[in-house]
Design a protein around this ligand. Structure first.
Ligand code: ADP
Ligand code: MG
Length: 575
């Protein structure tokens, strides 16, 4: 919690202002009962109307001043808190943007969303409370005590009995409630996760008739959160009635003992009234403190979760001094690369070595789970290798800045991702300043112009969230166009042709050939027909290279390749 407060620095001026205003407000509230005692004991007893009117007027003034301070303080503190929330959110977002995929795997998307929204809101809410109460509570408590003693020192023993009781009650409640708050935040994460999966996977859920299952899953997560919330509130609800009972009983005690003192002539009526009010103020300030005790742990649970994100160092960092590539373009070299995912028992890739050069097409073929996507993801340095090196243009990728490295690469992921916006905007994602001509050209090579032309608004047609209004094959072609418009040195196609029919696949690859004569192309594919005419084919099996060479060479040398081929092509096609 305290760690997060370092981000409050830019707001120091309004904060100081709020604290000052609250100070003034507290002063006015402490002053009012004394004025009232004056009216009762001096004005009314003497029957001096003028005195009553003038002190009464003064009281009104003090009350109005206190009110004004309270309103301004509350406005300012709300502004500070929401400004702080905004800053914190953008800080978290920016930090998360730098994460490598490893960190995303660790925290999880759903939790990242809760942390950036709900958790920050919690901290923000508590910040308002703290700003208002940090000065108010101690002032009312200590100030009230001093004032009460000044009115009648003998009666204060009532407070000496009551306050410990109150403190005990607060402690008992808070110590039970606080652990539950932590649990609540976790359950909210879970609820978010279920909700997210349920919404993004709605098609699959419908088609497999799993709606009821999902409903139940959601109901469970929802009920779990609700039950915890109810338990917390049940405990917290205890506090208020206990406070009220204690307060009312102490009022009775004060009036009871006070009236006897008045009887004996030791105390004035106005002083008793004032004493009563001070007693209330003291107890309310304790209530405030107890609220803080409740809310601060809740917010600090949230703060810890936010800090966890902020403290997480991206495993992949830019080198202090980014080396520039040596002018060569598009040379890729894998030197004995071994890589395992965090927590995995076996490496996903072991001892890979190969080279690829510009003008060449390198195809990678292998069964599902053989490590094809993993291999491609090492080049843009989504992950770092365990041993060996990935060298691009003569420089280890670890020594290049990420932006320089990635500017060399046009990546078409296995699962095409489009963003909300128009088709042209989606293609321009590859190159912000691409001209219309370039966008059209890229779309033409990617065999996308036909279906774009058929859409009502052409290139200005809107892509729905998640790209749900285009087919899988169309999505893939747009993703390819996005990579093409960039004209990178290196093209990485991760199974990007699988959703295309054979004819489009062949046409696209033919068009691609003309486009990529000076670039290095890596194509991951399942279909032999897609890889057959590549300059070199790498056959992956369980993360190892089972064969490397041209189609013809591999037919002679690699059993694995022969197996794949014979499972897909007829005898004559092979010959
Ligand atoms: P392919 O693309 O050839 O189908 P992948 O490269 O996606 O295969 O996966 C290779 C292996 O790595 C698989 O065994 C898979 O379970 C594992 N794997 C893939 N992605 C991750 C990840 N993010 N975390 C842990 N293991 C992963
Ligand atoms: Mg894959």
């Amino acid at each position: 919690m305290l760690k997060l407060f370092r981000f409050l620095k830019p707001f120091w001026l309004p904060i100081v202002f709020v604290l000052m205003l609250v100070f003034l407000q507290s002063l006015s509230e402490l002053y009012l009962p004394t004025l009232m005692a004056d009216i009762v004991d001096t004005g009314i007893v003497k029957g001096d109307t003028n005195y009553i009117m003038s002190i009464g007027g003064f009281m009104l003034l003090v009350a109005a001043g206190g009110g004004l301070c309270a309103i301004t303080a509350s406005y300012l503190s709300a502004r500070v808190a929401s400004g702080y929330g905004r800053q914190l959110r953008s800080r978290v977002f920016k930090h998360v943007e730098n994460f490598s995929l490893q960190e995303f795997d660790k925290i999880g998307t759903a939790s990242l969303i809760t942390r950036t929204t709900n958790d920050i809101t919690q901290v923000q809410t508590v910040l308002v409370m703290i700003l208002r109460m940090m000065v108010m509570a101690p002032m009312m408590c200590i100030g009230g005590l001093i004032m009460a003693i000044s009115k009648d020192a003998h009666l204060t023993w009532v407070l000496a009995v009551v306050i410990p009781i109150l403190a005990l009650a607060i402690f008992a409640v808070a110590s039970r409630g606080i652990p539950l708050f932590k649990a609540m935040q976790k359950k909210l994460d879970r609820l978010n996760l279920v909700l997210r999966e349920g919404l993004t996977g709605i098609r699959v859920i419908r088609s497999f008739n799993r709606i009821n299952f999902e409903k139940e899953r959601f109901r469970d997560a929802n009920a779990d959160l609700t039950n915890t919330a109810i338990r917390v509130n049940r405990i917290m609800a205890f506090l208020m009635p206990v406070m009220m009972i204690v307060m009312n009983f102490s009022s009775i005690a004060i009036i009871w003992f006070g009236s006897r003192r008045i009887d004996m002539g030791h105390m004035a009526v106005g002083d008793l009234m004032a004493f009563l009010q001070y007693a209330m103020q003291i107890m309310f300030s304790l209530l405030m403190v107890s609220m803080m005790f409740v809310l601060i742990p809740r917010a600090s649970a949230s703060a810890a979760r936010i800090n966890e994100v902020l403290d997480m160092k991206p495993e992949i960092e830019d080198p202090a001094q980014g080396r520039s590539a040596d002018g060569r373009r598009g040379y890729i070299e894998f030197n004995d690369v071994t890589f395992s995912y965090p927590g995995a028992e076996q490496p996903a890739l072991s001892n890979l070595s190969f080279r690829a050069a510009p003008g060449q097409v390198t195809a990678i073929i292998g069964g599902t789970g053989s490590g094809k996507s993993t291999l491609l993801s090492l080049m843009p340095r989504f992950y770092d290798v365990d041993s060996g090196a990935v060298v691009i243009d003569g420089v280890d990728v670890k020594e290049l800045t990420q932006s320089e490295l990635r500017s060399k690469i046009g990546f078409v992921p296995q699962k095409a991702v489009l963003f909300t916006g128009t088709i042209a905007e989606n293609i321009r994602y590859g190159k912000e300043d691409a001209t219309d001509e370039e966008v059209r050209h890229a779309a033409a090579i990617a065999q996308a112009s036909d279906f774009i032309g058929e859409m009502t608004d052409g290139y200005d047609s809107l892509i729905a969230q998640g790209g749900t209004n285009v087919s899988g094959g169309q999505k893939q072609r747009l993703a390819i166009a996005r990579a093409l418009v960039r004209r990178p040195e290196i093209y990485l196609f991760d199974d990007s042709f699988s959703a295309l029919d054979f004819k489009t696949d062949a046409k696209l690859r033919a068009a691609l050939r003309g486009e990529t004569t000076e670039s290095t192309v890596l194509i991951v594919a399942q279909r032999v027909s897609t890889v057959m005419d590549a300059d070199q084919i790498i056959v992956l099996e369980e993360g190892r290279i089972a064969g490397i060479g041209t189609h013809r060479e591999l037919l002679d040398t690699s059993d694995v390749y022969r197996e794949i081929v014979s499972s897909q092509l007829s005898e004559e096609e092979i010959a």
